[in-house]
Ligand binder design. Structure first.
Ligand SMILES: [Zn+2]
Length: 767
């Protein structure tokens, strides 16, 4: 008898399986390749090797090149011209023989013969500012770009070289073997661009009221390209948008500017006593011991007095920087300067701000505090900030990063008033650009290739740092805000982008130059993906450990996307291939909903399904072992009195069930009255965990998260059987909007009646 019952039970399951299979075979006559969303990323990833390990760590043969610079730089303020003489010492740590070197000439992107304007598709804009109109239609091309006067070896012998737009190939007199060093010098000059009118990531702003310029100078010297195990020479041209790939090195830089200028730069200032007044020295000594409030080194009255000077004398500021990937400086007689100390680990770091009076009162109040707070948050999430200072320079419409120094926007109007938008924008950009010290200045990814590797990771940490800053400085917040109003990071903010027109969305894993909607693609979406990974998928403990591990493994090295992806799994035991594939390699979006909820009750009486089955096969009821039958509410087998019965009351099989429980199990026995068959649907292509909030008739609720792997066999819908002692009155998917679900109209059961915008509008005018 028992055996027969088992036999019939398995027939039930097999027949329904065969039926489904036949139907599928009729619909699909061809086989298919493996498109399972949980397939490992073997096709997308390159094979691990001696340089880069399968764990995501640098491999045993990992190497990186070194480029050391000695430079003498002179600013001609009257003519806005910069000239320099530099000696580069290049060390070939690769196992390869190099016949030539590639040097980046970024200023040529602004040259008369630049091809950058030619690749921009540009129709007639309906509205333009006067300067846009002048630039687009009236002005001829300006004299911009590098003038390379000489390229010589250390004996003064000219070296053969060839310039292809923003890249210069320098022929080596003798091929460099592994371990060789080669020194050569370049003499150059260029006319500095007005970054407000002409654009660019560096240049000057001109202040017509006092006739001064404020210079924020970068990409100003011929810089070595990166040679690596991944790209060979990274000599992809600079078109203006995708940023930079640079090797680490040590810098000795002497910068000569008008004597009445205030200047700060990457590196340690070596001749502070020569360039500081006695008063500035005293204030500086105080700033080194001030941990809560900035100390002013040059105040506004002093800066305003200096604005009128236009000295014909010069001063040379001498700097030395170790292990940096780039160099930047800012100089003007308009600069106000303040500093304070911040403890990072057991070291004091100086948080510094430089700004013209046009930045006040906002800048003297918040810039340096934002710098200090950023260093604290980023150090906690990665590694202790290793440099001795971080400078925030105010430059109109700029947001740009270099080692130890960055340019930031956020300017009050002429009367010193500013909106919340200006204030939070200024704080946000300072946090972001100071944060770039970590990614990509120290964790030195290839920006030319992968914008998201620095912008995405940095924007994610920016969000964490903004929230910290708001907590530490409630006075920085406007009365209507309880926390810092971050504009990137929270999941719901990326919904309009991810749910938008697919013709203008590219996967995150796209070269920076070729992405649509740059900000959303390379900043917003990866930052949100990481925030979701941290808060919803992995949890903070697992995520933070793995993220820190990545930062420490690749500190002062050159990571690739795979090194990041692999490390996050390696350090957490969390298989994330599905997450990387969906969020980084596709443009799929999240949309998970509730398709259907059916209520069931239990019975010992064969239901319609079983009756049909027995009839087909000529089986009588006494051939069956006792079975439990699930009866759907409202079906022909349903009877009203089923509603209030527990299984032990409704079933004749109680003893049979109980006999199979151990005494220990019997203690924990439940008595569910309500049974539900819930069908979740997934119109969106992304697989994500299903976060479900069940609310019961007594007003209590419970949230259950089904891991993303629930979708591994069916990418469209999955079912869950729920047994409950309490009646479920409502079900909500993603109740806290943490998955970036683009359509929440299918997230609730029973369906929430949402007013159409027209109805809301009618209510408004009627009410
Ligand atoms: Zn950035």
């Amino acid at each position: 008898m028992k055996k027969i019952a088992y036999y019939f039970l398995s027939v039930v399951f097999i027949t329904s399986g065969v039926f489904a299979q036949n139907q599928e075979q009729q619909e699909r006559k061809k086989g298919h390749t493996n498109t399972n969303k949980f397939k490992q990323l073997y096709d997308e990833f390159s094979t691990p090797n001696m340089y880069r390990a399968a764990s995501g760590a640098p491999g045993v043969a990992y190497y990186q090149q070194q480029a050391d610079y000695k430079m003498d730089i002179v600013l001609d303020d009257k003519n806005a011209r910069l000239s320099g003489f530099e000696t580069i010492t290049y060390t070939n740590n690769s196992p390869d023989v190099l016949k030539y070197l590639w040097v980046q000439l970024d200023q040529n992107q602004r040259a008369k013969d630049s091809k950058s304007p030619l690749i921009e598709s540009s129709g007639v804009a309906p509205v333009l500012t006067p300067s846009q109109f002048a630039n687009d239609y009236i002005k001829g091309p300006l004299e911009r770009g590098f003038n390379i006067e000489e390229v010589k070896d250390t004996n003064g012998k000219p070296l053969k070289h060839m310039i292809n737009r923003t890249m210069m190939r320098v022929e080596l007199p003798k091929a460099m073997k592994s371990g060789d060093k080669f020194s050569f010098s370049i003499k150059w000059w260029y006319n500095i661009n007005n970054h407000v009118d002409e654009g660019g990531r560096s240049g000057y702003e001109y202040f017509p009221k006092d006739g001064n310029r404020a210079y924020v100078i970068a990409q100003f010297f011929p810089r070595m390209a990166v040679y690596s195990d991944v790209e060979g020479w990274q000599n992809s041209q600079f078109w203006g948008r995708d940023e930079f790939a640079l090797p680490f090195g040590d810098y000795e830089v002497n910068i000569t500017v008008p004597a009445d200028h205030i200047l700060d730069a990457t590196g340690k200032l070596l001749n502070r006593k020569e360039v500081f007044t006695k008063t500035m020295m005293d204030r500086y000594e105080r700033a080194k011991k001030s941990y809560t409030e900035p100390v002013i080194i040059v105040n506004q009255a002093e800066a305003e007095a200096a604005e009128k000077g236009f000295s014909n004398q010069t001063k040379t500021w001498r700097f030395k920087a170790e292990n940096v990937r780039d160099y930047g400086f800012a100089t003007s007689r308009k600069f106000i300067w303040d500093m304070m100390a911040v403890k990072i680990g057991d070291k004091d770091v100086m948080a510094v701000s430089m700004y013209p009076k046009e930045g006040n009162p906002l800048w003297e109040e918040w810039s340096t505090k934002a710098v200090a707070s950023t260093l604290e948050t980023y150090s906690r999430m990665t590694f202790d900030y290793p440099y001795h200072k971080a400078i925030s320079v105010h430059a109109d419409q700029q947001g740009m990063e270099y080692p130890m120094i960055c340019w930031n926007y956020g300017r009050p109007d002429d009367d010193g008033n500013y909106s919340d938008r200006t204030k939070y924008g200024m704080m946000g950009v300072i946090i972001h650009e100071v944060g770039h010290n970590f990614f990509p200045m120290i964790v030195n990814s290839d920006e030319r290739q992968w914008t998201w590797m620095d912008e995405g990771l940095n924007t994610f940490l920016q969000y964490v740092a903004e929230q910290d800053f708001g907590e530490k400085h409630p006075k920085a917040l406007s009365p209507q805000h309880e926390s810092f109003p971050s504009d990137r990071g929270p999941a719901h903010l990326i919904v309009p982008y991810m749910g938008g027109n697919q013709d203008y969305i590219a996967p995150i894993m796209t070269k920076g130059l070729n992405t649509y909607q740059f900000g959303n693609n390379a900043y917003g979406k990866p930052a949100t993906a990481l925030n979701i990974l941290r808060e919803t998928v992995m949890g903070r403990e697992l995520f933070d450990y793995a993220f820190k591990e990545y930062a420490n493994r690749w500190m002062f090295k050159h990571p690739t996307p795979e090194d990041f992806f692999r490390t996050m799994e390696d350090a957490s035991a969390f298989d994330l291939d599905w997450f990387w594939r969906g969020w980084f390699y596709t443009t799929d979006w999240v949309d998970i909903g509730i398709k259907e909820v059916k209520k069931y009750y239990v019975s010992s009486e064969p239901n319609a399904y079983m009756k049909e089955f027995m009839k087909e096969r000529g089986i009588s009821e006494n051939q069956l072992r006792p079975l439990v039958y699930m009866v759907e509410e409202g079906s022909e087998d349903f009877k009203e009195d089923m509603k209030n019965q527990t299984p032990s009351e409704a079933l004749s099989v109680k003893e049979y069930i109980m006999d199979n429980f151990t005494p220990e199990e019997q203690k924990n026995i439940k008595s569910p009255k309500y049974f539900y068959n819930i069908t979740f649907e997934k119109p969106g292509g992304l697989v994500m965990p299903i976060i479900v909030e069940y609310t019961y008739a007594d007003g209590t609720s419970k949230t259950v998260t089904y891991p993303a792997q629930i979708w591994r066999f069916n990418d469209n819908e999955v079912k869950k059987a729920i047994a409950s002692e309490k009646e479920i009155v409502s079900i909500k998917v993603d109740p806290n909007l943490e998955t970036a679900d683009i359509d929440t109209s299918n997230n609730s059961w029973p369906k929430e009646v949402t007013q159409s915008q027209f109805d809301q509008f009618k209510d408004k005018i009627n009410g």
